[in-house]
Design a protein. Structure first.
Ligand SMILES: Cc1ncc(COP(=O)(O)O)c(C=O)c1O
Length: 372
């Protein structure tokens, strides 16, 4: 997958003959939805993660929305979450009429700072949406203890973190609801798609009903026991998911190798590299995000690399500063200074499991000259 002089994209899914084979199997079966491939994907996913239950859904966003229903989030509630994330981890609360409350992040991990979370709790707080940003596990034990102390629901947004481990156990196997996403830049892809894992049979039953228009397992097709959604994952997508999970170990290993090559190539550059793992946190590599030194013109750097055919992106903006969030909730600068500082200086560089060494060398060279 070398492109000696061609364009180097930000991400790329790993698709091969096995993906084609299983997708074709579904097409030839004529069962494009609610066929056997959905449960096959869910079983394999639950087994891979070590989760009791996995419910496939049509996107990570859909999964997070359903988690808000599981948590009983209602109009007037507050949901504490990270400002340094993709917007869906905050939007899901708004879908249910709740207000997102942003607690600042830890500058090292870029995940929620548990002390900031605790300080943000009010009598209206109903849930915490904890994000594992860039595949780095958040402080699950501390956040869970806060939830227990204050009677709150814990929802994990593990959309970027399939395969990551916290204290030795894979994310998604810690019993509270955790959402994964399978957009093509993720560790595995189903095109669009996602899944929610949980350790609770009741929560799983509710997820399965909610994603399927509120149908009850016991009732017929046009009997609906509750307000639900069409958040089902179709069987073509599930087939891709099965093929992807079959090679998950190779995908994760490839991503680890690419990340460690970047760490070598970028050593000594005037920028901060992603945080290394420790005994409690094992990252699943999602994107490769570097933090530029203060005073460097990030847009100019991105532009310089773009001119060399190398795609980079400012990554991630702080959610509370998005225009619709400012307009609706009155958020502004200074609310979460650590997140805002990270947002001004972080950028993603090309990253995927089969990124060629020569391409990484080109990225490093271009970055070196842009930073001079
Ligand atoms: C942290 C986070 N949460 C939620 C989502 C939403 O997932 P999807 O795009 O599948 O709806 C994403 C995906 O980009 C994400 O990165």
């Amino acid at each position: 997958m070398s492109t000696a002089t061609g364009a180097i994209g930000l991400s790329a899914p790993w698709l091969d003959e096995r993906d084609e084979e299983l997708v074709l199997e579904v097409l030839r079966s004529g069962r494009l939805s609610l066929g056997p491939m959905g449960p096959r994907f869910e079983e394999l996913l639950a087994e891979t993660i070590g989760a009791s239950y996995a419910a496939a859904v049509s996107s990570g966003t859909a999964g997070l929305h359903l988690c808000m229903r599981l948590a009983g989030v209602e109009t007037g509630d507050e949901v504490i979450t990270s400002p340094y994330s993709f917007v869906a981890s905050a939007n899901c609360a708004i879908y249910e009429g709740a207000t997102p409350v942003f607690a600042d992040i830890d500058p090292r991990t870029l995940n929620l700072d548990p002390a900031a979370v605790e300080a943000a709790i009010t009598p209206r707080t109903r849930a915490i949406v904890a994000v594992d940003i860039f595949g780095y596990p958040c402080e699950l034990d501390e956040l869970r203890a806060i939830c227990e102390r204050h009677g709150l629901a814990l929802v994990e947004d593990a959309c970027e973190a399939l395969g990551a481990r916290y204290k030795g156990r894979q994310l998604g196997s810690h019993d509270h609801p955790a959402t994964f996403a399978f957009y093509p830049n993720k560790q595995i892809t189903t095109g669009e798609g996602g899944a929610v894992t949980t350790g609770s049979a009741e929560e799983h039953e509710l997820l399965v009903s909610l994603r399927n228009q509120g149908r009850l397992e016991t009732a017929s097709w046009l009997q609906h026991g509750r307000l639900g959604y069409n958040y089902r994952l179709d069987d073509v997508s599930a087939a891709l998911g099965v093929a992807q999970l079959e090679k998950l170990e190779r995908i994760l290993a490839g991503r680890r190798d690419v990340a460690s090559r970047y760490a070598e190539l970028l050593a000594g550059f005037d920028l901060e590299l992603p945080l290394a793992d420790d005994a409690e946190h094992e990252r699943s590599w999602f994107v490769y995000v570097v933090k530029l030194a203060r005073g460097i013109d990030r847009d100019a750097v991105i532009h310089r690399l773009g001119a060399d055919g190398i795609a980079c992106a400012p990554y991630l903006p702080s959610i509370h500063l998005q225009s619709y969030m400012r307009d609706r909730f009155g958020f502004g600068e200074g609310l979460c200074p650590v997140s805002e500082d990270a947002s001004e200086r972080t950028m993603a560089i090309p990253f995927h499991a089969r990124l060629a060494r020569e391409d990484q060398e080109r990225v490093a060279e271009a970055l070196r000259s842009a930073l001079q």
